[in-house]
Structures are given as structure tokens and as C-alpha cells.
Write a protein that binds this ligand. Sequence first.
Ligand SMILES: *[C@@H]1O[C@H](CO)[C@@H](O)[C@H](O)[C@H]1NC(C)=O
Ligand SMILES: *[C@@H]1O[C@H](CO)[C@@H](O)[C@H](O)[C@H]1NC(C)=O
Ligand SMILES: *[C@@H]1O[C@H](CO)[C@@H](O)[C@H](O)[C@H]1NC(C)=O
Ligand SMILES: *[C@@H]1O[C@H](CO)[C@@H](O)[C@H](O)[C@H]1NC(C)=O
Length: 189
Amino acid sequence: MVCCVRCSKGFKICCVTAILLFILLATLLLVLFFTVFKPKDPDIILQHVKLQGFKLELPTLNLNVSLGIVVTVENPNHGSFTYQNSTAYLYHGETLVAEAPLHEDTIPARRDHNITTSLSIFADITKLKGLSTDYSRGVINFTSSVTLLGKVKVVNLFKMKATSYCTCYISLFVPYKSIDSICNSKIKL
Ligand SMILES: *[C@@H]1O[C@H](CO)[C@@H](O)[C@H](O)[C@H]1NC(C)=O
Ligand SMILES: *[C@@H]1O[C@H](CO)[C@@H](O)[C@H](O)[C@H]1NC(C)=O
Ligand SMILES: *[C@@H]1O[C@H](CO)[C@@H](O)[C@H](O)[C@H]1NC(C)=O
Ligand SMILES: *[C@@H]1O[C@H](CO)[C@@H](O)[C@H](O)[C@H]1NC(C)=O
């Protein structure tokens, strides 16, 4: 529109040019929005789930499991994701059995990032439905869920609020003291 003021003679041409420029810019922003901002869901891989301790106290039937967890987050997006302090929850069936703190952090754009935390499961197994059956079968299944609130930032230019939801299905193989897991994650702007 600045252009229109300057060119008094070719006022119409100038305005048309300005409008075309505006449309071009709008298209560019739209394309940018759909390519850069359209978030792809990050991949979450549980690395090094280390069983630090496993104890079933027999008279009391208290289960005490400590897990050292390293999670690798593969961020396929052009934006980095900075999240606030959060908590990961671990469920056996419907029952909450453990919590793990997640410290605020930034996952850089198009990079892998490791998150380390420690999880202590401490539960009275008489209150966990089906645990003794699982235990005698040698496999105990857990579900873990975490919600991360944060911001997506693209090259210091665009900032947007975003929420990341992650769910993991974890199987603990009691005789081998080993862990298997599958994780799904979704990011929403
Ligand atoms: C659970 O086990 C850890 C070590 O494996 C131990 O330090 C902790 O005291 C135990 N917790 C309870 C409540 O027994
Ligand atoms: C996040 O947690 C750490 C300790 O784990 C604390 O020092 C920090 O102040 C917390 N940040 C916020 C924004 O609450
Ligand atoms: C994350 O941890 C894995 C396994 O310990 C390691 O191979 C990888 O290099 C680490 N990645 C980063 C970005 O630190
Ligand atoms: C535990 O999870 C594994 C893999 O997700 C599944 O194949 C198995 O049936 C589950 N076991 C029980 C007892 O739910």
C-alpha cells in the first residue's frame, strides 16, 4: 500500500501489484504453514530400560520395582519443542502404580534427544487385579502415559503452544528381568 502513495500516475497498476504481492505473500505463508507447522508425530523409543531392582515381598505381597529409563525422542519436525515439568504415569490395568518426574527440556528440531528418568513402582499387589496370574505366567504388562505441555518454536520466528501425548505399552518378563515396549505419540497444536 506504501507503493500506491508513491505512484500517483499508475495508481491502478500499483494497486494491482500490491494486491498480487499480498496474495503471493499469503500463499507463501499458507504453504509455509502446511509444510513447516504441520506437525509430524515424534517417535519415542524406550532405550535402556534397566531393571534396577525387582522385589516381591512375600508375606506382605508388596511389589517393589525400580526402573532406570532412557527414552529417545526422534523429532521429525522443523520446530523445536520446549516442554514444562511433567509427570509420567504408569498403570497396571486401571490402577496407577508409579509416577516418574520429567524435567523441563527442549527437544531440538529434526534431531534425536534423550530423556532420562527413574521410575519406582511400589504397590500392594493384592490390590492389583490379575497381577498374580500375570506373575505366574511370567509377563506383567503395564501402560505408561505422559502429557507434555509446551511450545513449538520455528527458527526463533514462530512460536505456538503445543501438547504432546505419549502412551507406551510395557511388558516386564519376570524370569528374564527384561523389558519390552511399544510407544505411540501424538503432537497437537
Ligand atoms: C525398593 O527397592 C529399593 C532397591 O531395590 C530399595 O532401596 C527401597 O527401599 C525399596 N522400597 C521399599 C518401600 O521397600
Ligand atoms: C521444574 O522442576 C525442577 C526440579 O525438578 C525445578 O527446579 C524447576 O523450578 C521446575 N520448573 C518449573 C517451571 O516449575
Ligand atoms: C541417546 O541414547 C542412546 C542410547 O544410550 C545413544 O545411542 C544415543 O547416541 C543418544 N542420543 C543422543 C542424542 O544423545
Ligand atoms: C501383554 O502384552 C503383550 C504385548 O503387548 C501381549 O501380547 C500379551 O497378551 C499381554 N499379556 C497380558 C496378560 O495381558
